[in-house]
Ligand binder design. Structure first.
Ligand code: CP
Ligand code: NVA
Length: 314
């Protein structure tokens, strides 16, 4: 158990927004994870930390976990939240939306189709903007995921994380965040579904510093060999629905079923950001197995986002 952080003042992050994983420095990331553990264990220590503060959630896409955990995080820290769903900048220019909302709240949490929308909101908003998922990143998810891995395997253990599936927003944030913490990261994806090359190049740079291994392969078995955690996500992300049939065909050999899961370490955990499509990227027995950590990940969304709000707004 790390030493208690409370009641020390929480340090503010240097960046004004959290639009991408790299808006946190390595030191800030490690502090945030320790704070998330502390908040999880001692929630009452923080229950007035955001008194008088409020958060606006502007969501262009549906959400269960992200919406509820941000709303609860704000409330449980003594603050408040409001929510809208629909296109940001549909009824009026985005720059006007930003300059209305920033007069009412302390932060904007935005779930957007395009990363550009989040960046543009941040350009016009005088209050911090947090990316609650875009086409490129899902940085809040990655925070909860690495918190979960550290809980299971310890912060110092050398772990290998295998992501089997689409080189998508979740994979991007996870590879950056895991590799910075020194975790080995392997991605197994079909031809044509590689992660963004700029993000891969950036992650290679981070791996060179942390000493982590980064492997990208079209052979799921290669990615899974020696893995402590096996992660997958939907084959068709929100906004890609027209490609669903083509994706279903391409991703079939990448389904995380008992056979594939058995290629990882015998004590490997299964991870998924959720929502899952049982029978597609994962089978029901793997989702329901004792080694499934998916609901711990979901729980940790709350704690990790509380830590993030504390470091941005307290
Ligand atoms: N994992 C995740 O972001 O879930 P929601 O889409 O339900 O928010
Ligand atoms: N990759 C998925 C994640 C959902 C939480 C999507 O973008 O739809």
């Amino acid at each position: 158990m790390p030493p208690r952080l409370a009641p020390n003042p929480v340090p503010k992050i240097g960046a004004s927004d959290f639009l991408r994983d790299l808006d946190l420095t390595n030191e800030e990331l490690v502090y945030l994870l320790e704070l998330a553990d502390d908040v999880k264990q001692f929630p009452r220590e923080y229950e007035r930390a955001l008194a008088g503060k409020s958060v606006a959630l502007l969501f262009e896409k549906p959400s269960l976990r992200t919406r509820l955990t941000f709303e609860l995080a704000a409330k449980q820290l003594g603050g408040d939240s409001v929510f809208t769903e629909g296109p940001i900048g549909g009824r009026e220019p985005l720059k006007d939306v930003a300059r209305n909302v920033d007069r009412w709240v302390s932060s904007i949490v935005a779930r957007v189709f395009s990363q550009d929308t989040a960046e543009e909101l941040a350009r016009w908003s005088s209050v911090p903007v947090i990316n609650a998922l875009s086409d490129l990143y899902h940085p809040c998810q990655a925070l909860a995921d690495v918190q979960t891995i550290r809980e299971r395997f310890g912060a110092r253990e050398k772990v290998k994380l295998a992501f089997i599936g689409d080189g998508n927003n979740v994979a991007h944030s996870l590879m950056i965040t895991a590799v910075r913490l020194g975790m080995d990261f392997a991605l197994g994806c079909p031809q044509g579904f590689l992660p963004n090359p700029e993000i891969v190049a950036q992650t290679e740079g981070l791996a060179a510093v942390s000493g982590a291994a980064l492997q990208i392969t079209h052979q799921p078995a290669e990615a899974l060999a020696g893995a402590h955690a096996v992660y997958t996500d939907v084959w068709t992300s929100m906004g890609q629905e027209r490609e669903a049939a083509r994706r279903k065909r391409a991703f079939q050999p990448f389904q995380v079923n008992d056979t594939l899961f058995a290629l990882a370490r015998p004590d490997a955990i299964f991870m998924h950001c959720l929502p899952a499509r049982r029978g597609e990227e994962v089978t029901d027995p793997v989702m329901e197995s004792e080694r499934s950590a998916v609901f711990d990940q979901a729980e940790n969304r709350l704690h990790a986002q509380k830590a993030l709000l504390l470091m941005m707004l307290a």
